[in-house]
Ligand binder design. Structure first.
Ligand code: ATP
Ligand code: MG
Length: 385
């Protein structure tokens, strides 16, 4: 309990009136609420509302001064105490240490002003203790706040990781759906053609293509869902880029958007790169399909393959309106699309980019001088198998 007096409360106890009078003469005028008591009982009463510093005689008629100190501490746990004692025995010294007394003064005091000084120092120590305790309380409050904040951050982080994972799964699912739509469209077109076809050779040819597209679908699914798990299990072989480009054009030609367009592949011989064939086909399907979609009916799409040093260079150009202004880099971002909602996912070029860079290749998008877009990709060349 803290005393109401702003300067604090001092209780002075001595059964000898002379000593009390002397003490009073030096202590009066100090900025404390001072109570003088001649016996233990009145001291206890004075301390009912707490005490900051207790200056007490050791030998009182009704109570031991040390017990009075204990009593003061019950009221005010950080109360300071100074003991006045007739003689300084070893026992008194030991008791003083045990009770953590501020000091003790041998009676009669040689220098009475020394007493006032000690009382002042006792108040000062108590003030500092209180200040420390307040700071400590502040600190632990701040600490608790920080711990709460940290918990909150951890929880939010956990949620973020979870939602990123979900977003990753969403992108993957959308990617798979995007990539299998072309070969699936091919399969459906060929299957419908078989229904109306009577020529057995044609039917066989369509069936073979259906098998091949179905394999692509399986490879695409394995490829897209398998990377994340273990890139090492993917086995690269020498593949011909020219063949991949031609397969892709054949596949795109089935789609509605490209039915009217002219798709052409210019390649002399084979252009070998280390990769997986279905992925190379995916790259060209996306580039050629975009080009066909951009150039529209009667548009032209030209795929050119060439060898430049240690690289195979493929360019896909069209006669469309060209890339959206300033979006040469953005077009590779996942979900970037200028198509109407429901028409494009914006995943095609991102899948292309991921495949090309995984094979240590590069791809750039640019506009041709005479209009239309051009995508140029390079992949490290390899020996013919
Ligand atoms: N040949 C091109 N000519 C002009 N703009 C293009 C061309 N190819 C791509 N783009 C631009 O890049 C954007 C992203 O292409 P991307 O293939 O990633 O997605 P998308 O074609 O919009 O959607 P999806 O592939 O799902 O059909 C396109 O919306 C378009 O703005
Ligand atoms: Mg696309």
């Amino acid at each position: 309990m803290e005393t109401p007096h702003p300067g604090g409360r001092l209780v002075v106890v001595d059964d000898e009136p002379v000593i009390l009078t002397v003490l009073q003469s030096v202590l009066d005028g100090e900025p404390w609420d001072i109570v003088y008591a001649q016996d233990g009982a009145s001291a206890v009463a004075a301390m009912a509302e707490g005490v900051d510093v207790l200056l007490t005689d050791k030998n009182l008629p009704d109570i031991n001064g040390l017990d009075l100190v204990r009593h003061a501490r019950e009221k005010t746990p950080d109360a300071e105490a100074i003991l006045l004692t007739g003689y300084a025995s070893l026992e008194t010294a030991i008791e003083a240490v045990k009770l953590d007394l501020f000091d003790y003064i041998v009676k009669p005091p040689r220098d009475i002003f020394e007493v006032a000084k000690k009382v002042r120092a006792a108040f000062e120590r108590q003030r500092m203790r209180r200040e420390n305790r307040r700071l400590l309380a502040d600190l632990s409050e701040k600490n608790a706040e920080l711990t709460t904040a940290l918990d909150e951050v951890r929880r939010a982080q956990g949620e973020l990781v979870q939602s990123e994972k979900l977003a990753g799964i969403g992108t993957l699912a959308a990617g798979v759906a995007h990539e299998i739509s072309s070969p699936l469209f091919g399969v459906m077109g060929l299957a419908e053609a078989i229904v109306d076809e009577s020529d057995l050779d044609e039917i066989h040819e369509h069936a073979r293509e259906i098998v091949s597209y179905s394999r692509s679908i399986r490879e695409i699914v394995v490829g897209l869902t398998g990377y994340a798990r273990d890139a090492q299990t993917v086995h690269d072989v020498a593949c011909d880029m020219a063949a991949a480009a031609r397969d892709a054009c054949r596949l795109v030609a089935h789609s509605a958007a490209a039915r009217e367009s002219q798709l052409e592949v210019r390649a002399e011989g084979s252009f070998w790169v280390l990769a997986r064939a279905p992925e190379l086909q995916q790259v060209f399907v996306n580039l050629v399909r975009n080009a066909a979609e951009a150039s529209g009916a009667e548009g032209q799409v030209l795929v050119t393959l060439s060898r430049l040093g240690e690289s195979v260079v493929a360019s896909v150009e069209d006669t469309g309106p060209g890339l959206p202004a300033g979006a040469e880099h953005q077009v590779f971002d996942p979900f970037f699309t200028t198509k109407a909602p429901g028409e494009g996912t914006g995943l095609g070029l991102n899948i292309v980019y991921r495949i090309v860079t995984r094979y240590q290749g590069t791809i750039v998008a640019e506009n041709r001088e005479d209009g239309g877009a051009r995508f140029v990709l390079r992949l490290p060349a390899t020996e013919a198998p």
